[in-house]
Design a binder for this molecule. Structure first.
Ligand SMILES: [Zn+2]
Length: 189
């Protein structure tokens, strides 16, 4: 590759493990990239290497601070069946948040870290968050319910209907989501 200093073609890329002071300790950054010119002896870092190094440093900071890494966030998001855009709608952080988290361009906040861990470890929490953002799929819980008594709110009247899951279209299943705490609207039979 070309040398930034002498324009010779004698530069080679080096990959090392860097130790960088951080807080009260040291970050160990593996795969740290730099360039060395065998002709003029200069060391330099290209802009592409710099961007890659920034991502590796950010990942090491996440590990040091015990925050989720980009890979872990990607795994949680995929487990929830959400696109990056949908994940931002459910968890907040702005439309590009998950793209940046997963590329290790931005470190998650402690609050976002805790919210993602909660959604990952508790199906109820994940359901609540998805429901709240209008992202709930046709409720999985309905597939385990053979029949139900549903209070149907029709204008000002309430009527009790006995239904089976086959009676419920997807929209209704979402409206009558049995785990959502809409106790006033749903009664099990
Ligand atoms: Zn050179």
């Amino acid at each position: 590759m070309l040398c930034d200093f002498c324009d010779s073609d004698s530069a080679v890329a080096l990959v090392t493990t860097e130790s960088i002071p951080y807080r009260n300790g040291t970050l160990r950054v593996e795969g740290y990239e730099s360039s060395h010119c065998a002709s003029c002896g200069e060391d330099f870092i290209t802009s592409e290497q710099s961007r890659a190094n920034d991502r590796r440093v950010l990942r090491a900071r996440a590990v040091f601070d015990e925050l989720l890494t980009g890979d872990q966030i990607l795994a949680i998001r995929e487990c929830l069946g959400l696109s990056q855009t949908e994940a931002a709608e459910v968890f907040g952080g702005g439309p590009n948040a998950f793209y940046k988290y997963e590329r290790s361009e931005v470190l998650v906040s402690r609050a976002m870290d805790l919210l993602l861990r909660l959604a990952d470890s508790s199906g109820d929490a994940a359901d609540w968050l998805l429901q709240r953002a209008g992202k709930a799929k046709a409720s999985a819980a309905w597939s385990t319910v053979s029949q139900a008594n549903v209070v149907v709110l029709n204008e000002s009247r309430r009527t009790l209907r006995h239904v089976t899951p086959q009676d419920l279209n997807v929209e209704a299943a979402n409206d009558w989501y049995p785990a959502s705490g809409y106790g006033e609207q749903v009664a099990y039979g």
